[in-house]
Design a protein around this ligand. Structure first.
Ligand SMILES: CC1=CC(O/C=C(C)\C=C\C2=C(C)CCCC2(C)C)OC1=O
Ligand SMILES: CC(/C=C/C=O)=C\C=C\O
Ligand SMILES: [Fe+2]
Length: 557
């Protein structure tokens, strides 16, 4: 590969990029403030593909990446450089209707200098793009410039409270000061490493559990443009990491840790002001249940009250507990509350069997023959009421897989039935036999036109055992109760993201996009047919990327 050819990129070729000595050379570059003329043989030079067509000198992120890469699967290894962009060689055929950008966010940098982070969710955000244009594919990645990331780079240490990482205090007074800052939110991270959404007004926002971690980015350059400052005075420090976003609205939950409950809020496109739809008081427990996500139907918002509850004491700790910022309170029971979107009234509040979920898949209203809504069905990736998955996602666990031990706790598609006739209890069953998907289940997507409506198909990651992390792409047929699985030995695929074909009438008419991190350190973008679930195209990246979490689709204007 000609590392210094700065002319226009060739079709079916990576943008010129050299990885020779990039660690050492970029470390020096970094010290020199990144201002260095390209020279042969030692720099990482990325030629940014059309329309930018200018070289970008890319600082690598440390000196030790190569060692780390040798030891660990690339999925659990920090991203090797700040940014890259280039055109990929496509094997197979990208449908010409697929015009737009898939963005995927995730925690891609798990160390600062020599200090290694503990947990998957601690990593500084790496945003990846796959830009589809006329059958061609331009890929890129870039670190999100949160205050937390910039401060860590500048001070060479963790400076904000992350999922499990906490700044190391120089003395007791510094610790006390930080606790005070926790109440104002000042010490909480804005590391927007969990998801990315496109608002109805076109803004693209990266998100995490903290409200201050709502960062607006440019979907083409992946540049961080600034913070989305909510202009209301609703306060609170945290929100659901997965708002429900459509062209018409942004709905989210704001947990209230002081008077245990949740505000259900709505923000219109073109504004930064969230307005309260209503409030749900917790039925039980010392604190609200964790609301990483929640589902909606056409007319209702379902507010989950998991027995895995936020824990104020754990928030203040300097060292993590096995459940991090949470506590398991089986005695407090589990509930689902149903709020009418139009009136804010609670129309049902039922006790359900204990459950643990990060991700709701979808929900819909069940009607009788006369069109009356009798129940709400809500589906989620359910971990059999077992919280161990949270600790299983420690990097040490993820990195220690020997190919033999079956370490991934079982999960299933949990289907809740919430009666609307005033009965006090709801049901929780498996929507299909969990062996259909290897008893692994997480990271789901659906056809967005089915949001809140009766639906048949979902895409998620399942398991081919033995494994320590979900390692299949799985198409779930919830009508036939069957799953079709894609698997490649040793590969770690990220969330299968469904993009519908414009004009499609069938629910599964579209493609499924995933980024694969391979055992040998390589990686590729994969396109499966949404209907047959067969591969239609793949495109090798110049190097494997770390595992990522959630994505969104930004159609071409
Ligand atoms: C994924 C993924 C990322 C992530 O969380 C990141 C943070 C910083 C979470 C912080 C917190 C909670 C989870 C609970 C309440 C306190 C607070 C510190 C904000 O979580 C994910 O699932
Ligand atoms: C990776 C994951 C949860 C991510 C949260 O956003 C769960 C995987 C486990 O099965
Ligand atoms: Fe998530």
């Amino acid at each position: 590969m000609d590392s210094l050819s700065l002319s226009g990129i060739c079709r079916h070729q990576f943008s010129p990029i050299t990885m020779l000595n990039f660690n050492q050379s970029n470390h020096r570059m970094e010290k020199a403030g990144f201002v260095r003329k390209p020279e042969k043989g030692g720099l990482t030079i990325t030629q940014v593909a059309s329309p930018l067509r200018r070289p970008v000198i890319v600082p690598s992120l440390d000196n030790e990446t190569v060692d780390r890469r040798d030891r660990n699967h690339v999925a659990w290894t920090s991203v090797r450089q700040e940014r890259w962009e280039g055109e990929l060689v496509v094997q197979g055929e990208i449908p010409l209707w697929l015009e737009g950008t898939y963005l995927r966010n995730g925690p891609g940098l798990w160390h600062i200098e020599d200090y290694n982070f503990r947990h998957l969710f601690d990593g500084y955000a790496t945003l990846v793009k796959l830009q589809f244009e006329n059958g061609r594919l331009i890929a890129g990645h870039r670190q999100i410039e949160s205050e937390a990331y910039k401060a860590a780079r500048k001070n060479k240490k963790v400076c904000f409270r992350e999922f499990s990482e906490v700044p190391k205090y120089e003395n007791f007074m510094a610790y006390v000061g930080d606790i005070a800052n926790l109440f104002s939110g000042a010490s909480l991270t804005d590391n927007a490493n969990t998801g990315v959404v496109k608002l109805g007004d076109g803004r693209v926002v990266c998100l995490t559990e903290t409200q201050k971690g709502s960062l607006v980015i440019d979907p083409n350059s992946l540049e961080t443009l600034g913070r989305l400052e909510y202009s209301d005075s609703l306060g609170g420090l945290i929100h659901s990491a997965h708002p429900i976003v459509t062209d018409a609205e942004f709905l989210t939950l704001l947990p209230d840790l002081v008077n245990p409950g949740y505000l259900v809020v709505r923000m219109e496109p073109g504004t930064n002001e969230r307005k309260v739809i209503g409030r749900v008081n917790c039925r039980n427990g010392p604190a609200p249940g964790w609301v990483h996500s929640f589902p909606v139907t056409e007319h209702y918002v379902v507010v989950p009250e998991m027995p895995l509850r936020y824990c104020a004491q754990n928030l203040l700790r300097a060292e993590p507990t096995p459940l991090y910022k949470f506590e398991w309170h089986p005695e407090s029971k589990a509930f689902l509350h149903v709020m009418c979107k139009a009136s804010g009234k609670i129309v049902a509040s039922v006790e359900v069997p204990l459950f643990v979920t990060f991700h709701f898949i979808n929900a819909y209203e069940e009607e009788d023959e006369d069109g009356r809504v009798t129940a709400i069905i809500a589906d989620c990736c359910e971990h059999n009421a077992d919280t161990t998955i949270l600790d299983q996602l420690r990097l040490q666990n993820l990195r220690s897989f020997n190919g033999k031990d079956d370490l991934l706790p079982d999960a299933r598609v949990g289907r809740f039935t919430i009666p609307l006739d005033g009965s006090p209890y709801g049901k929780l069953e498996s929507a299909l036999e969990p062996d259909e998907h290897g008893r692994g289940m997480d990271m789901c997507s659906i056809n967005p036109t089915k949001l809140g409506k009766k639906y048949r198909y979902a895409y998620a990651c399942g398991a081919q055992r033995p494994c320590h992390f979900p390692n299949t792409l799985t198409k779930l047929d919830l009508l036939k109760k069957k799953a079709k699985n894609w698997h490649e030995a040793g590969a770690v695929p990220s969330e299968p993201f469904f993009v519908a074909r414009p004009g499609a009438t069938e629910e599964d008419d579209g493609v499924v996009i995933s980024l694969i991190s391979e055992k040998n350190g390589n990686g590729y973008a994969l396109l499966l047919d949404g209907s047959t679930f067969e591969e239609i195209a793949r495109a090798k990246l110049p190097y494997g990327l770390p595992y990522g979490l959630h994505g969104c689709w930004v159609p071409k204007e």
